[in-house]
Write a protein that binds this ligand. Structure first.
Ligand SMILES: COc1cc(-c2[o+]c3cc(O)cc([O-])c3cc2O[C@@H]2O[C@H](CO)[C@H](O)[C@H](O)[C@H]2O)cc(OC)c1O
Ligand SMILES: O=c1ccn([C@@H]2O[C@H](COP(=O)(O)OP(=O)(O)O)[C@@H](O)[C@H]2O)c(=O)[nH]1
Length: 473
C-alpha cells in the first residue's frame, strides 16, 4: 500500500508557512518513513507573497524529503472585508471545494488534514471525506486558551470587552485586562470578531490541536486547556505542544552585514529592534524611537521598515534620509546600526553581542529570542500581539513591560522606550529577572525538542496517532 500522507494546509506569511512546513518535516522524521507530506497551496493574494512561497516550494522540493506540493486553483479573493481575520477565513472557505477535490484525488491514503488555525471551515471537508482534522496553532497556548474560552465568554459578557470593569478570567492565565485582548476581540460588531468566535468554537471539534509551544514554557495554560476549564461542557481536543518549531537555514557563506557589525560589539551589549514581517513606522514615529535609543546610551541594531506603497500591505525598505532625524546616524555612529530591509533575525538573535530584543511580539520572533535566551521588551502592533505582550510579562516573566498606547495606534513615547531599553539592558530588578527567566526558557526550549524531551514526546505521540488511525475511519 502507498505510504499514507498527512495533508498540510498552511497560510503564506513568514510566521505561518515556514512554521507548519517545519512541523510537518519533524512529524515525518518521527514517523520514520510511515507517513509522507502533501502541502496544499492556496494561491497567495499578492505577487510578493507568491514569489516568496514559490521560493520555499522550490527549496523543499529539492530537499529530497517525501513532500509534494499541490497548487490549488485561484479564486477571486474577497474585496469587501474589514480585516485580516475576515479576509483569511473567507478566502479559505471559498477554497473548500478545491481542497475537497485535491484531497479526494490523492493517490494514497490520507492520515489527516492539518489546518492552519484560520482554516477551521475546512473541518467540514475532512469530516465529509472521513479524514481526521487537526489544527496547527502557530501562536501560543495562552492565545489558544483565550480562543477556546471565547465562545462561552461571548455569551457571558454582553457588552464590549473594553467596557468590562476589571480583568477577565481566562483559565490558565493571570487575570487578563481587556486592553490586552487580541485585535478582533476589541469590537464585537466587527466580522473579524465573529470569525474569531467561530474559529474558537470549531477548535473544540478538531481531533487534535498542535501548538507551537513547549510544556515547560506554558504549563498553566496547557493544563487549563487539557482539564477542560477553557471549554466548559465540551470535551477538549488533545493538545500537542511540539515547539519551539523554528526552521533554521544553513549559515550563509558570507556573513551578513548586520552580523559583521555585531562581531565588533561587546558581549550582550546590543539591543535588537525588529518588528516582524508587517511592522513599519512613519517619520514621526521613527523620530520618537531614534530619540529614545539615542538617550538610552545603549548600542542598538534597529531593523526599520517604511510604510507600504499606497494600496499595498507589505512594509517597504526604509528611506533612512526621510525617516530618521537629522544627524542621528552621525551621532550614533559606532554604537548603532539602522538596517532598512529584511534582516536575518534568527542569526542576529543567536549572536553573542545581542542582549535584548524590542519586538512586535509575533510568536515566532518570541520563540527565536527565547531559543537564544534573549529577554524581550514587547511593542505590540497588530494581530494577537497585545495578548502575547501580556503573556510574556505577566505569565512567563521573560519580558520588561513597555507602555504602548493602544488608543493612539500603539504609540510609544521616546522617554518610555529609553526607560524600557535601559531596564532591559541592565538597569533594574525587572530587567535582571527577565534576563534570568529568558535563560531558564532557553534551557527549557532546547530540552523540550531533544530526544525524549516533552515536545519530542508530543510529536511522537502525534505520529503514532496518525499512523494508527489511518485507514480505520
Ligand atoms: C497569514 O497571513 C497573515 C496572518 C496574520 C495574522 O493575523 C492574526 C490575527 C489575529 O487576530 C490573531 C492572530 O494570531 C494572527 C496571526 C497572524 O499572523 C502572525 O502569526 C504569527 C504566529 O501565529 C505571529 O504570532 C504574529 O503575531 C502574527 O502576525 C497577519 C497578516 O498580516 C497582518 C497576514 O498576512
Ligand atoms: O527583518 C525580518 C523580519 C522578520 N523576520 C522573521 O519573520 C518571522 C516573523 O514572524 P512573527 O511570528 O514573529 O511575526 P509576523 O511577521 O508573522 O507578524 C520570524 O521568523 C522572524 O525571524 C526576519 O527574519 N527578518
Amino acid at each position: 500500500m502507498a505510504t499514507p500522507t498527512v495533508v498540510l494546509l498552511p497560510l503564506w506569511s513568514a510566521g505561518h508557512l515556514m512554521s507548519l512546513l517545519e512541523a510537518g518535516k519533524r512529524l515525518l522524521d518521527r514517523a520514520g518513513g510511515r507517513l509522507s507530506l502533501t502541502v496544499l497551496v492556496i494561491p497567495p493574494p499578492t505577487e510578493q507573497l507568491a514569489a516568496e512561497v514559490e521560493g520555499h516550494i522550490r527549496r523543499e522540493e529539492a530537499s529530497g524529503l517525501d513532500v509534494r506540493f499541490v497548487r490549488l486553483p485561484a479564486v477571486e479573493p474577497p474585496t469587501d472585508f474589514r480585516g485580516i481575520e475576515e479576509f483569511l477565513s473567507r478566502l479559505v472557505q471559498m477554497h473548500a471545494p478545491d481542497v475537497r477535490a485535491a484531497v479526494a484525488a490523492l493517490p494514497c491514503p490520507v492520515a489527516a488534514l492539518v489546518l492552519d488555525f484560520f482554516c477551521t471551515t475546512l473541518i467540514d471537508v475532512a469530516r465529509d471525506l472521513a479524514v481526521p482534522a487537526y489544527v496547527y496553532f502557530t501562536t501560543n497556548a495562552a492565545m489558544l486558551a483565550l480562543m477556546l474560552r471565547l465562545p462561552a465568554l461571548h455569551e457571558e459578557v454582553t457588552v464590549e470587552f473594553e467596557e468590562v470593569e476589571g480583568d477577565v478570567d481566562v483559565p490558565g492565565l493571570p487575570p487578563v485586562p481587556p486592553s490586552s485582548f487580541p485585535m478582533p476581540v476589541m469590537d464585537k460588531k466587527n466580522p473579524n470578531y465573529t470569525w474569531f468566535v467561530y474559529h474558537g468554537r470549531r477548535f473544540a471539534e478538531a481531533d487534535g490541536i498542535i501548538v507551537n509551544t513547549a510544556a515547560e514554557l506554558e504549563r498553566s495554560a496547557l493544563a487549563a486547556i487539557a482539564d477542560g476549564r477553557c471549554t466548559p461542557g465540551v470535551r477538549p481536543p488533545t493538545v500537542y505542544p511540539i515547539g519551539p518549531v523554528i526552521s533554521f537555514a544553513p549559515p550563509s557563506e558570507q556573513p551578513h552585514e548586520c552580523v559583521r557589525w555585531l562581531d565588533a560589539q561587546p558581549k550582550a551589549s546590543v539591543v535588537l529592534l525588529c518588528f516582524g514581517s508587517g511592522g513599519f513606522f512613519t517619520a514621526p514615529r521613527a523620530h520618537e524611537i531614534a530619540h529614545g535609543l539615542e538617550r538610552s546610551g545603549h548600542r542598538f541594531l534597529w531593523v526599520l521598515r517604511g510604510p507600504p506603497e499606497p494600496g499595498a500591505r507589505h512594509p517597504t525598505d526604509a528611506n533612512l534620509a526621510e525617516l530618521l532625524p537629522d544627524g542621528f546616524l552621525e551621532r550614533t555612529k559606532g554604537r548603532g546600526l539602522v538596517w532598512p530591509t529584511w534582516a536575518p533575525q534568527k542569526e542576529i538573535l543567536g549572536h553573542a553581542a545581542v542582549g535584548g530584543f524590542v519586538t512586535h511580539g509575533g510568536w515566532n520572533s518570541v520563540l527565536e529570542s527565547l531559543w537564544h535566551g534573549v529577554p524581550l521588551a514587547p511593542w505590540p502592533l497588530y494581530a494577537e500581539q497585545h495578548t502575547n505582550a501580556f503573556t510574556l510579562v505577566a505569565a512567563m516573566g521573560v519580558a520588561v513591560a513597555m507602555k504602548v498606547d493602544r488608543k493612539r495606534d500603539n504609540f510609544v513615547e521616546a522617554a518610555e522606550l529609553e526607560r524600557a531599553v535601559k531596564e532591559l539592558m541592565g538597569g533594574g530588578e525587572e530587567g535582571r529577572k527577565a534576563r534570568e527567566k529568558a535563560m531558564e526558557m532557553k534551557a527549557a526550549c532546547r530540552n523540550a525538542v531533544k530526544e525524549g524531551g516533552s515536545s519530542d514526546a508530543a510529536l511522537r505521540r502525534l505520529a503514532e496517532q496518525l499512523v494508527s488511525t489511518n485507514g480505520e475511519l
